[in-house]
Design a protein around this ligand. Structure first.
Ligand code: G1P
Length: 289
């Protein structure tokens, strides 16, 4: 059973400057909810009980967000504002969340390596904070279900247009079924002509503890950082690695345009202002012609 998840949140968020100069990108909200809360919710909805957030400099507000806030709670209780009171209490009680700091930004592989003691000798899930997926079955649950069948490391993938492959880790290999592929090649952010396919790593993983030994043997790669994709490439030589094409719509909130699109789509799904917002968008579009 997979009960532990690791959420790396130590990056500098340079793609979102200046908003991320003094606040973590993981706290940027989609409407009223910080992106990391959606990610924690996905883990919880997938049966994860223990979450380790790899944090770093300037990331304290993440800890505050998932902690109790007695002053706020008592004010909301006095105002008899039940909805917000319940929500604030729920957030502090979502999961058993632990933190460890990555002292120096040194890549996703290095961030995951910080989890080795906490994780111990069991398989675990990894959820990247810049991806939110809207799906009937939470993506992490989809991977856990595949893990039950394949008992090896699994990467979530989705098809992306060929001209976007250089934004992602790209996996190539042999199809096993409609959604499962035996991974035989992995390249981090390849140019379109180097890409083994157009299947992009979608920010969710199930990893066996063997990944830590692979990371130890992974030299710095793209961006002079220790890449998880390169470590997975090493792991693949020792253990089976499969990819699982996800079912659901993935929102890549790591860049500004996609963040905007996510906000609009999520707003259109929120009952309390969907109708007004749709009307507003129509008006704006008319005016901007
Ligand atoms: C990371 C991974 C990459 C993956 C992507 C998904 O890249 O290194 O393999 O495809 O997340 O969002 P980053 O977006 O952190 O540069």
């Amino acid at each position: 059973m997979i009960k532990k998840a690791v959420i790396p949140a130590a990056g500098l968020g340079t793609r979102f400057l200046p908003a991320t100069k003094a606040q973590p990108k993981e706290m940027l909200p989609i409407i009223d909810t910080p992106t990391i809360q959606y990610v924690v919710q996905e883990a919880v909805d997938s049966g994860i009980e223990d979450i380790l957030i790899i944090s770093g400099k300037g990331k304290r507000t993440i800890e505050d967000h998932f902690d109790r806030n007695f002053e706020l709670e008592s004010r909301l209780a006095k105002k008899e504002d039940e909805r917000f009171y319940n929500e604030v209490m729920r957030i502090a009680d979502m999961a058993n969340i632990h933190y460890i700091r990555q002292k120096e930004v040194n890549g996703l592989g290095d961030a995951i390596y910080h989890a080795r003691q906490h994780v111990g000798n069991e398989p675990f899930a990894v959820l990247l904070g810049d991806t939110i997926v809207n799906s009937i079955i939470p993506v992490t649950q989809q991977l856990i279900d595949s893990y039950e069948q394949y008992r090896c490391s699994i990467i979530a993938v989705e098809e992306v247009p060929h001209d976007k492959v250089s934004r992602y880790g790209i996996a190539g290999g042999q199809s096993v079924s409609e959604k499962i592929m035996e991974v035989q090649n992995l390249v981090e952010k390849p140019s379109p002509n180097e890409a083994p396919s157009n299947l992009a790593i979608a920010g969710r993983y199930i990893l066996t503890p063997e990944i830590f030994r692979a990371i130890e043997n992974t030299p710095k790669g793209k961006g002079n950082e220790v890449q998880l994709t390169d470590a997975l490439h090493l792991l693949m030589k020792r253990e089976r690695l499969v990819s699982n094409t996800i079912e659901g719509k993935r929102y890549d909130i790591g860049n500004k345009l996609d963040f905007l699109k996510t906000t609009v789509e999520f707003a259109l799904r929120r009952k309390e202002f969907a109708t007004d917002f749709r009307e507003y968008l129509k008006e704006v579009l008319k005016e901007s012609k």
